[in-house]
Ligand binder design. Structure first.
Ligand code: NDP
Length: 451
């Protein structure tokens, strides 16, 4: 009989925590999971899933307008925002139910409340103490905002997904994943969108051609891009909020949405007191086995601030449980993780951006191809896309593949397998394209970019 109540207590029932707990439970461990909100976590309830549903919804406006090019006449197109939000919430309830069932089926005991570390084997859930041989922190992250006067008036992506009515005028601050995705959503639903950020182009860190194409396409779609500027003060006005900018201009809007990054959710959880080392920005420091500086305390997902993507958190949760509960030591491989930004147009990316590749490799070849999706050729839609391959000249291995344009996320998932398998440019060239598709461009790129 163990001296503890459980083998494992997981704090946080998001993607990483649920995957780890389900697997551990399935392998016979006695597992408890503690969640203060609802099972499902950021991705399912406040992030990827509802965001993508809204991206789908917002895009319909453009599809209807494209339909005219194909001979359709559409009269009286109307959108009911509240109805969409209710439908989205119904879907999230369904997904929440699935998460609960997955945990039940793996015999994971659920606790509702805030889980706080009391010592290296004890967790307090709203005052009740439970013990375990190991504790897994999977508490994720939370939107962070800079301190400026009036910051209390702003919303984050959490609230943006649950507004009861669509704001006519939205100012989005930031130019990362969340900022460009929400700018696209509100713009396509018909709001006036100002996108304000401190960099010169959106999506710092991404490949430069992808960044400039997205900046151009967002501008073409009507988003007012205000770069190299920051809000300095926000005031409530009679009809909304007035945002004062560092370029001395001010803009009145109905909502101000901040998407200026997310911080690990580690405050007030008793971690430092228990001796868990944190990074400067509050993330839990872990080794390659997801173990913190305290032997019995582990962490996976955004709270460790490695690669903050749901599938990575899931991979980490799996590696944790395989290692400790299935006698199958497993580490997460952080190389060539594909990712997507559901901007409009969307972006898919795997491997290195050109500037990163230049730093690591002596010589690279760059293949690039701009395109107008065939779907739009009979319409007035002027959206353009771009595909790019980056090749290590010495080994001819594809070290980066990037796409912006229709279906980019779906296409790059497949390309990601090839990149992970160390495919060379010759392997891509030897692959017969599927015609007519945008994806075939990746296997028909012949001309290196000069210089
Ligand atoms: P990001 O880190 O992607 O972007 C943060 C943005 O905020 C950048 O534009 C940054 O500017 C700006 N910023 C940061 N601090 C300040 C400040 N003090 N004042 C003004 N601007 C500031 O964060 P997000 O919030 O967009 O997303 C958080 C994480 O969520 C991402 O890292 C990503 O991993 C994940 N995510 C993934 C998605 C996907 O896979 N599709 C979708 C949504 C989120 P600068 O560039 O100048 O530093």
């Amino acid at each position: 009989m163990s001296e503890y109540n459980y083998d494992l207590i997981t704090i946080g029932a998001g993607s990483g925590g649920v995957r780890a707990s389900r697997l551990a439970g399935g392998y016979g461990a006695k597992v408890a999971i503690v969640e203060e909100l609802r099972e499902g976590g950021t991705c399912v309830l406040r992030g990827c899933v509802p965001k993508k549903l809204l991206v789908y919804g917002s895009h319909i406006q453009e599809e209807v307008s494209d339909a005219e090019g194909y001979g359709w006449t559409v009269d009286g197109l109307k959108h009911n925002w509240e109805k969409m939000i209710d439908a989205k919430n119904t879907e999230l309830d369904r997904l929440h139910g699935i998460y609960v069932n997955l945990l039940k089926n793996a015999n994971v005991e659920r606790f509702h409340g805030r889980g706080i570390i009391v010592d290296e084997h004890t967790v307090s859930v709203d005052g009740k103490h439970i013990t375990a041989e190991r504790i897994l922190m999977a508490v994720g992250g939370w939107p962070s905002t800079p301190e400026i006067p009036g910051i209390e008036y702003v919303i984050s992506s959490n609230e943006a997904l649950d507004l009861r009515e669509r704001p006519d005028r939205v100012l989005v601050v930031g130019s990362g994943y969340i900022a460009v995705e929400f700018a696209g959503i509100f713009n396509s639903f018909g709001s006036r969108v100002d996108l304000v950020f401190r960099a010169d182009q959106v999506l710092r860190g991404f490949d430069k051609d992808i960044r400039s194409t997205l900046t151009d396409e967002m501008t073409k779609k009507g988003i007012n891009i205000i770069s190299k500027v920051l809000p300095e003060k926000i005031e409530k006005s009679d009809t909304g909020f007035r945002v004062y900018l560092s370029n001395k201009k001010n803009i009145e809007v109905d909502q101000v949405l901040y998407a200026t990054g997310r911080s690990p959710n580690t405050q007030g959880l008793g971690l430092a007191e228990a001796g868990v080392d944190l990074t400067e920005n509050g993330a839990i420091k872990v080794n390659e086995w997801n173990q913190s500086s305290v032997e019995s305390i582990y962490a996976v997902g955004d709270v460790t601030d490695r690669i903050n993507l749901t599938p990575v958190a899931i991979a980490e949760g799996r590696a944790f449980s395989e290692t400790l509960y299935n006698n199958n030591p497993m580490k997460t491989d952080y190389n060539d993780v594909p990712s997507a930004v559901f901007s409009q147009p969307p972006i898919g990316s795997v491997g290195l951006a050109e500037h990163e590749a230049k730093e690591i490799y002596n010589d690279i070849d760059v293949y690039i191809s701009g395109f107008r999706p065939m779907k739009y050729t009979m319409t007035n839609n002027t959206e353009r896309g771009l595909q790019k391959l980056i090749v290590d000249r010495k080994t001819q291995r594809i070290i980066g593949a990037h796409m912006i344009g229709l279906d980019a996320a779906e296409i790059i998932q497949g390309i990601g397998i090839a990149v992970k398998m160390n495919a060379t440019k010759a392997d891509f060239d030897a692959t017969i394209g599927i015609h007519p598709t945008a994806a075939e461009e990746f296997v028909t790129m012949r001309d290196k970019r000069a210089g």
